[in-house]
Design a protein around this ligand. Sequence first.
Ligand code: CDT
Length: 301
Amino acid sequence: MRQIVIGAAQMGPNQKSDSREVIVARMVALLEQAAAKGCTLVVFPELALTTFFPRWYMDDQAEVDTWFEDEMPNEATRPLFDRARELGIAISIGYAEKTPDGHHFNTQILTDRQAKIIGKYRKTHLPGHSDYDHDRAFQHLEKRYFEPGDTGFPVWRTQDAIVGMLICNDRRWPEAYRVMGLQGVELVVLGYNTPSVNSQMGSEGLEQRLYHSELSMTAAAYQNATWVVGVAKAGDEDGHPLMGGSIIVDPNGYVVARAETEGDELLVHACDMDLCNFGKETIFDFERHRRIEHYGLITSQ
Ligand code: CDT
């Protein structure tokens, strides 16, 4: 058995006025809870260190840059990295990344149990729009503030497993999981910030939004014989509701742990990576069964 006890650290809302230090203190508290439950990996949401700032229209790049991190760890996040190292817990965190040469990405990192960053993923599928949209109930300006990620979908070997990352909207795209599936992925960790309300269709209920999120992750888990851990930032953020619905999904597509609140909440499950083996060796043995001669359209347009 190759077991990783995983903590899905759902976070409640981060207000615009919350400092990084206050937010990181909440993350450390979740880490302590995870340590008490024997976790060796804790997954935090997308843009964990700030409010979901793409809901705000900004013109001044200097103001935009205040939401980005120039380095990781940095002064504000060092307490989280230090505590993770002391506790021997690997962490995965989403944040807005500004590179030394001035590029802006929506990024997630993965550390080993010594708090050394071993993997970095930059969000590929950026939803929303670039300019102020008067027809929406609220803005979703990811295309304004971020560039599409340049990493592709790599996987990393850590804790005796093959691990990949996605970020929020990526979780809705089967191709993203499949590219990792083709590299043998056994665990996909991802964070998200999903508004509870559809800015372009106010009649869409929360129930359907939660269903589509879960449907995407459970189907992908089954179809790639992989664990999927999806972690929300939830609750009322700057007066805008974000849905919860964090889940841990096994390689058969079953939800084995589910958040019950829209606040800081830790889900824990002992995930056996060997549960992936049967699917990968039988119905989803890609090398034996895929018919790639018919898949060209997927990458040609
Ligand atoms: N953060 C993020 O990617 N959220 C999107 C909302 C899409 S609505 C523009 C999501 O897919 O959950």
